[in-house]
Design a protein around this ligand. Sequence first.
Ligand code: URA
Length: 423
Amino acid sequence: MDVIDVILTKRDGGRLSGEQIDWVVDAYTRGVVAEEQMSALAMAILLNGMTRAEVTAWTEAMIRSGERMDWTGLDRPTTDKHSTGGVGDKITLPLAPTVAACGAAVPQLSGRGLGHTGGTLDKLESIPGWRASLSTEEMLDVLRSAGAVVCAAGTGLAPADRKLYALRDVTGTVESIPLIASSIMSKKIAEGTGALVLDVKVGSGAFMKNVESARELAETMVAIGGDHGVRTVALLTAMDRPLGRAVGNAVEVAESVEVLDGGGPEDVVELTVTLAREMLAAAGLDGGKDPADALRDGSAMDAWRRMISAQGGDPDAELPRAAETHEVTSSETGVLTRLDAYGVGLAAWRLGAGRARKEDPVSFGAGVICHAKPGEQVKAGQPLLTLHADDAGRFEHALRALDGAVEVSAEGAPELLPLVIDR
Ligand code: URA
């Protein structure tokens, strides 16, 4: 097979055969196809798209590049969730133990934040002692004892995607629906979950800025899941404003614990319960214990404590706090009409909650607390946001990110996407 032929076929708008896809993904993983050749192919795919058969074959080839996990020995069905990422999206933290408390097993391989979006592993690592890297045997032990495990994917899982994602990140080829869909689904299918709920975020703080592109991504991923025997459902949910009131790492853990304790912000509770019901239904467990009851009766909190302890964390430890704070106050009395997810995410990133390069450390205490959410009444002089950073020099930079992201109006109402846009 000749890599130039493969590139030219896609460049000229043709369809790649199954053999071409199997060969090019395998040869790239082995280093036979060079980075610059895969970069040209990724750009041709971004510009010319892929058919459903091509996306399925591409996903299969990426799964085959590594190991596939198998949880069939467990005594309960497996189900998982994947979010396409957003600002303040801590949902996995209350969700995984809630679903475990309702009788399913959640084997979640999760990621770190990059850019303005946060990563579940960075948030959980702010809990003293908690470990993200587990062997498959350790994952199985945590699943058996706690019902849910959230950890980093090992290097053996979809190595083709690991290599290709790093390449796409530096070649302007991330924003291709077939490449995003196959990247996400290859890892989720290789993870071995029996059912999957996709939370496809829409809005300024998400990958997909409008409902049409989010729907296309969701439909592509649901089709791939179905083709591979994973019962897959997708919800389109709002990411035009941050989720909850806390954006960062330790601050999001604290907010998640409030939810597990039966309190917490309404939107975080609603999305946790909605996604949990979908995960249980996809696993064939609807009609059993309801997730809202698991949050009320303490069983979700018990599962959380078991899950954190089983991974070396201390659920009672004090969480890290940033040394410095800065308040942003309202200059007017009125209604908060705008709290832009991208602006707040960018501010949290600049405060140190996120990283600029994969190898950078994050500040566990850094982030933003939103005292008001869109639609709420505020008074002149009232704090709207508190910025947290280890170094006060970061505030100026973060404040620039918030320019135009926060608006209070004497009259008028915010135009917001519904929390759950579509299923
Ligand atoms: N997340 C992934 O895992 N892959 C992508 O391509 C985009 C987001």
